[in-house]
Write a protein that binds this ligand. Structure first.
Ligand SMILES: [Zn+2]
Length: 164
């Protein structure tokens, strides 16, 4: 099985909420595609309810694009503690941090219908929670977002703590 970058991140040594550059791919034509973690909750200390993270997905899909150009994709993490974002190019971490903060501010203030919520536009349009999504955005902003450096798992060797 191919190696997956996020399985090498030591999830016990990060401090959410944060943005983290997870990796940069170079296409055969030489373009860069960067992948970021946009983590809202501390790993293994809670999870965003499915309806709330679904609403965050709908709102951040638009609001992140308002503040950062060339966003390819924004998707929920399966562990429901944050989002993944892919973007063309290599925006620096501070620019991504500012864009995420701005998008969360927009999300916290969102008082209109959730975009893309109909049977035609969404795969589970009944499963949304705007109140909880706004609260998660407010909570993250109140805690203060930062840039998280990657802390790799120590998988064995002397003094290692490989437990996977
Ligand atoms: Zn949807």
């Amino acid at each position: 099985m191919a190696n997956v970058e996020s399985f090498d991140l030591d999830h016990t040594r990060v401090h959410a909420p944060y943005v983290r550059l997870a990796g940069v791919k170079t296409t055969p034509r030489g373009d860069h595609i960067s992948k970021y973690d946009l983590r809202l909750l501390q790993p293994n200390q809670g999870a965003i309810d499915p309806a709330a993270i679904h609403t965050l997905e709908h709102l951040l899909a638009g609001y992140l694009r308002d503040h950062l150009s060339d966003v390819v994709d924004v998707s929920p993490m399966g562990c429901r503690t944050g989002m993944y974002m892919a973007v063309i190019g290599a925006p620096d971490e501070q620019a991504v941090l500012k864009a995420f903060e701005s998008a969360l501010r927009d999300t916290a203030a969102h008082d209109r219908p959730i975009p893309g919520v109909s049977e035609l536009e969404c795969g589970n349009y009944r499963d949304h929670d705007l109140v909880a999504a706004r609260q998660h955005a407010r909570d993250a902003l109140a805690q203060g977002l930062k840039v998280q450096q990657t802390v790799l798992l120590d998988r064995g060797g002397s003094g290692g703590t490989a437990t996977s």
